[in-house]
Design a protein around this ligand. Structure first.
Ligand SMILES: [Zn+2]
Ligand SMILES: [Zn+2]
Length: 140
């Protein structure tokens, strides 16, 4: 029986270790798009020997191989998303959580429509909209 974490790590040529598998599992469980720091400190409890370099390099390799998404929405640090389905993100400036925005009807044009191919003559391959503000919990 092969775990998805084992398959994914082997696919990109990384040695399968309990630490690397834990990084992937945590990224999938944590819905707020954690940074390398967040993952590192969360895993220290269960994997005391884990190093920050391992976390950072594993995430960088996965993002490079396009197995996870790297988000530039947080001005402080890179954030990561295990979900590869195209979707937009909302960043809360107060609590720092990043929420998935699956409904893009807020856009004048639906980016998934076929006519949304060219912008100023540039060929668009992918679009990621970053929304920022106060989340539903923080605005109370
Ligand atoms: Zn918030
Ligand atoms: Zn996301």
């Amino acid at each position: 029986m092969k775990d998805w974490t084992v398959i994914l790590l082997k696919e990109i040529g990384l040695r399968v270790t309990p630490q690397r598998r834990a990084i992937l599992e945590l990224l999938k469980e944590n819905g707020s798009h954690p940074s390398a720091e967040t993952i590192y400190f969360a895993l220290l409890k269960t994997h005391p020997s884990i190093s920050f370099a391992t976390v950072y390099n594993t995430l960088a390799k996965l993002a490079e191989a396009e197995k996870i998404q790297q988000l530039e929405i947080d001005p402080q640090r890179k954030r990561f998303d295990h979900c590869l389905t195209p979707h937009h993100h909302f960043y809360c400036k107060a609590c720092g959580r990043i929420f998935d925005v699956l409904d893009d009807s807020f856009l004048l044009k639906n980016v998934h429509e076929p006519e949304f191919k060219d912008v100023d003559d540039h060929q668009v391959d992918s679009i990621q909209v970053y929304l920022k503000g106060l989340c539903k919990d923080c605005k109370k």
